[in-house]
Design a protein around this ligand. Structure first.
Ligand SMILES: Cc1cc2nc3c(=O)[nH]c(=O)nc-3n(C[C@H](O)[C@H](O)[C@H](O)COP(=O)(O)O)c2cc1C
Length: 245
């Protein structure tokens, strides 16, 4: 349709990078593009921490379940939802900020998602590859300590960036008929489309793994969502001052 839409549709996560370094000024441009995203009530609640290769980066890789590309990627960014400076802003005007609302957690986390996705698209437009790293939340308290995050700041996810050293296939998404509904919510046509999609995903994995993996989407999801999902998150977020009311 146009270059922007073509770029968006070409996305695939990159988990192997060449050793070619990324020009340092690109990082600033990528983060500025992130800042250009819409932000709930102008709160601008995202802070990015760039972590260079070395001991802390290696520990972040460990925290993420030993995802080797976290240690190896030329650039690694951690996107933090940050309501800390808002407390300072209130204090500057002799106001006491009421924090801990679920709404604030939601808006700060959403801000980070929109910010990061702008960064991802900007990076891809420069020929870089990216992968988000939610695995950081496996050991979120340790990540928070390593990065010295204060109260009202939490690491939402990381992102590896660099020049791609692999060319994976684009992963098929759910059919439009399932995700775009008209006038009201309805599941009438979903089962039929889901069967077709399952076959498509199975074929994708078969090709990608040379026949080693043949999982459908519903199989993958049903295997995942019967397990506990990082139950340490709520107490951690409470401790940081989020999700208290
Ligand atoms: C918030 C978020 C966290 C993610 N965390 C990880 C991660 O820790 N490790 C990883 O290899 N991929 C991670 N991914 C990448 C997804 O697995 C990937 O986007 C998804 O399988 C679709 O594949 P694609 O990006 O190649 O289209 C994450 C993606 C998102 C949006």
């Amino acid at each position: 349709m146009n270059d922007v839409i073509n770029l968006l549709n070409q996305h695939r996560s990159i988990r192997k990078f060449t050793e070619q370094s990324v020009p340092s000024e690109w990082v600033g441009e990528i983060v500025k593009a992130g800042q250009a995203a819409a932000t709930s009530s102008f709160i601008q609640a995202c802070t990015v921490i760039q972590v260079s290769q070395g001991d802390v980066r290696n520990q972040l890789a460990e925290c993420s379940g030993n995802q080797i590309y976290v240690a190896q990627a030329p650039i690694f960014l951690v996107f933090c939802a940050d309501m800390h400076r808002h407390k300072d802003a209130c204090e500057q005007h002799q106001q006491h900020m009421l924090s801990g609302y679920t709404e604030q957690f939601l808006t700060a986390s959403l801000d980070c998602g929109l910010f990061a996705q702008n960064c991802a698209v900007a990076a891809e437009s420069l020929g870089l590859g990216v992968v988000y790293i939610g695995g950081l939340r496996n050991q979120i308290a340790r990540v928070s300590e390593l990065l010295e995050l204060p109260e009202l700041v939490y690491p939402v996810f990381g992102m590896c960036l660099g020049f791609p050293d692999q060319n994976p296939e684009i992963k098929p998404r759910l059919p439009l008929e399932i995700v775009l509904k008209h006038e009201k919510y309805s599941v009438d046509a979903d089962v039929k489309h889901m069967h077709e999609y399952d076959a498509q995903v199975q074929e994708y994995y078969r090709t990608r793994t040379g026949g080693g993996k043949e999982m459908t989407w519903t199989e993958q999801i049903s295997g995942m969502l019967v397990k506990e999902s990082r139950p340490h998150m709520l107490p951690f977020l409470n401790e940081k001052g989020f999700l208290l009311k």
